[in-house]
Design a protein around this ligand. Structure first.
Ligand code: OAD
Length: 251
């Protein structure tokens, strides 16, 4: 069961001049990639994030951590974008064709947005495809099969780590700057498929509201920001987004 889409949201999207969309794991869930905090099937329901998603965890056990991330990387290679990803790519295209601005700030590391055709994607938490040498800093996208050894080694002999942002680490400075720029000028902000608990993404809705942007949440269940946004739509992003884009931009 899902909410109907309020006509106010359709109108706001149709009129938007500068749109920012924040996405989380819920947008990739319908492609078959597990979320983190969903009660039953979330990754953090099964694994302890402090044992896997921190620099200390990697220092303690680089083989186990690199194997875990590489297994997720290979799982990502088996899935495709879903209708929610494609709807966001079409949303961007419609905005830009009208001379508007669009920025997609994602916490996801799977690059399914780019695979679906989204262009202005800001990766807040890096990418599981990129693996970076801790000694020389060389970072390379790895789309092949398993590594010969864990942790994988760089040509310089250094250890390579997944190019994702771990808890306690700084977000990529350019991603932070670009996000702040987009948030500072948007007139419409969407939060889609995120539990809105991890900073700084969880505060983006306040930045947008702070200068008068209208705010919308599309999520399968209520979150920490559901009572803050102007419209909270409960539903699956792969169903709500295509309907919303069709209604807002029908020829
Ligand atoms: P979470 O797992 O915390 O939240 C996913 C949200 O998506 C939940 O609120 C779900 O109810 C919702 N959801 C699930 N399926 C959905 C669907 N089909 N349509 C719409 N919503 C759906 O994932 P994130 O909020 O992305 O960071 O987590 C943020 C960060 O915490 C991640 O980037 C990761 C994680 O730990 C690090 O690992 C550093």
């Amino acid at each position: 069961m899902r909410d109907t889409i309020p006509s106010g949201v359709v109108e706001a999207l149709r009129r938007a001049k500068s749109l920012v969309v924040l996405t989380g794991a819920g947008v990739s869930a319908e492609s078959g990639i597990p979320t983190f905090r969903d009660a039953m099937e979330g990754l953090w329901a099964e694994y302890d994030p402090m044992e896997l998603a921190t620099p200390q965890a990697f220092a303690r056990n680089p083989e186990m951590v690199s194997r875990w991330y590489d297994e997720r990387r290979r799982d990502c290679a088996l899935v495709k974008p879903n209708p929610g990803h494609y709807a966001l790519a079409r949303m961007e295209q419609c905005l830009v064709e009208k001379g508007g601005e669009f920025a997609l700030l994602t916490q996801n590391v799977d690059r399914l947005h780019q695979a679906a055709g989204s262009r202005n994607v800001i990766e807040l938490h890096g990418s599981i495809w990129e693996w970076r040498c801790r000694r020389c800093g060389m970072s390379r996208e790895e789309r092949g099969g398993t590594f010969g050894q864990y942790p994988p080694r760089c040509e310089c002999g250094g250890i390579r780590r997944p190019g994702v942002v771990w808890f306690g680490e700084q977000l990529p400075p350019k991603a932070v700057r670009d996000s702040e720029l987009a948030l500072g000028t948007c007139d419409l902000f969407f939060s889609v498929g995120t539990s809105a608990v991890v900073q700084p993404a969880a505060s983006f809705v306040h930045v947008a509201r702070g200068h008068g942007a209208k705010t919308v949440e599309i999520n399968r269940e209520a979150t920490a920001i559901s009572k803050i946004v102007d419209w909270s739509i409960l539903g699956k992003s792969g169903e709500v987004l295509p309907e919303l884009v069709d209604r807002a931009f029908k020829e």
